[in-house]
Structures are given as C-alpha cells and as structure tokens.
Design a protein around this ligand. Structure first.
Ligand code: NI
Ligand code: MN
Length: 229
C-alpha cells in the first residue's frame, strides 16, 4: 500500500511500496501551517505541479535543485523550470495526456483556474492549470489542483479511489460544489485540501463531512498526518 502524507494547503507526499517518493505542490517555507520546510526533503524522486501559482510552486525549485528529482508538469511550467530555474530533470505533459512512469501512470486532467506562472522571468510561460490522476500501487488518486466545479469531472467517474478536492471557496470550489464534484466522480475516499491557509478560505472540515454524508468517506488530515491508501 502506498502512503499519503499531507503537508498543508495542497501539498501532498506519496510514498510507494517500493520507496519511490512523489511530492505535489510544495508550499512550505511561506506557509505557517505547513509541518515541514523545504529542507525536509533530502530524497525525492518526482515533484509534480498542478499549476503555476505561488501557493503551489513556491519551494519547488529549491527542492528540485537539491534532490535532483524529476519534475512532472505542463509543458510551459517545465520550460520555465529548465530555462529559468536550472532544473535538470523534467518530464513535460499536457491536459488529457497520460504517461506510464516506473511508479505508475500520471494523467493531467482539466482544471478551471488561472494560468499564471509565478517566479522571476516567468512572464512568457503562462500555462493551463491541471489536475493529476495518479495510479500508484494499484490505487488511483485524483489531486484536483485548484479548480472550479466543472462537468468535465463526470469523466472521472469510476476512475478514482481517493480524491483530494479543494474546499476553500473564493479561489476554488467551496464545500457545496465539492459535494457536487463527489456526486460526479464517486470516489471512495475524499480528503479536503486548499482551505484554512488564508482568511478568505477558512472552512470547517467537520461541516464538510456532514455535507458529504454517505456519498464518500471524508478523511480530514492536518499537516503532518499520513494516510494509508
Ligand atoms: Ni491557484
Ligand atoms: Mn492555490
């Protein structure tokens, strides 16, 4: 079984049975609610990014430089990483495309959100934001990234075991729309993300669990909590 560790906001670490380590959307040093800093990651195999906003890419370049991990992201973010941040190992992809990595398959899914890439010299690298559908040790994880509720999510029905869904509202879908996403996707387990980090995205995870009711099991993780997939 793979293990999932939540590091606050939208940052999630996945550790496969064979020890392969993946990290998604690291926002650590500037997030007072994160449980670790960027230097916690001294060994990492892959770093995956959903989109280019600061609260998702913040610590990426430092972690990639130090660990030599392979970046998996959209073509534009990979171009920026290679041309402006000196990232050596990267695998560009794009929305709708999947690829079989040694640890399992990654597919980029549509997300409805902003496309700016944050960082020095990043002006020319606007991208489309994505979600991540990751198959690891026969478990299917969907990290929605930052997104509105979209009817595209119906295409994920039957393809997701554990869904990481934003519930913060304001910048992404809020709790009510996350429930509608669950009705479309029908995952077994839902882990709420992207809430409480800033004042405008404060939410009550317990109320969200009540809203979801019997539609799925809601697992609420605090920063540093881990969960067996
Ligand atoms: Ni964003
Ligand atoms: Mn965000």
């Amino acid at each position: 079984m793979a293990r999932l560790i939540f590091h606050g906001h939208a940052c999630v670490e996945l550790i496969a049975e064979d020890g392969t380590r993946l990290l998604i959307d690291p926002f650590l040093s500037d997030n007072p609610l994160a449980d670790v800093a960027a230097d916690h990651f001294d060994r990492l195999d892959y770093l995956l990014l959903t989109h280019g906003h600061f609260d998702h890419v913040a610590d990426s370049w430092e972690i990639l430089q130090r660990t030599g991990a392979t970046l998996i992201a959209t073509f534009e973010i990979v171009s920026y990483a290679q041309e402006r941040q000196g990232v050596a190992s990267a695998h560009p992809m794009h929305i709708g495309g999947g690829y079989d990595f040694p640890f399992g398959r990654v597919k980029l899914t549509p997300a409805l959100h902003g496309g700016q890439v944050a960082g020095e010299g990043a002006e020319g690298y606007t991208t489309f934001p994505a979600g991540l559908l990751i198959a690891i040790d026969d478990h299917r994880v969907y990290h929605a990234g930052d997104t509105a509720l979209t009817t595209d999510m119906t295409l994920l029905r039957g393809q997701v075991d554990t869904a990481l869904l934003p519930i913060g509202d304001n910048f992404t879908m809020g709790p009510e729309d996350a429930v509608r996403a669950i009705e479309m996707i029908e995952p077994s387990v839902v882990i709420p993300i992207h809430y409480d980090t800033f004042d405008v995205i404060r939410q009550d995870a317990g109320s969200f669990r009540e809203l979801v009711g019997g539609r799925a099991e809601v697992v609420v993780l605090g920063a540093g909590d881990s969960y067996e997939l």
